[in-house]
Design a protein. Structure first.
Length: 51
């Protein structure tokens, strides 16, 4: 899957590496900025079960 995606990116090797790095950085940013805070609100993982 990743090799297929990498082969279909435009440009020479260094451009494909930059595009892949930017996409990875965008995915990580989206996870930390949107998904993880939403998941923390939905689940109660910070509640202590020991009294």
């Amino acid at each position: 899957m990743y090799s297929w995606l990498f082969r279909h990116l435009p440009g020479p090797l260094w451009v494909r590496i930059l595009i892949s790095a930017a996409a990875l950085a965008g995915a990580v940013f989206l996870l930390f900025d949107v998904v993880f805070p939403w998941l923390a609100d939905v689940t109660n993982l910070t509640d202590a079960t020991v009294g």
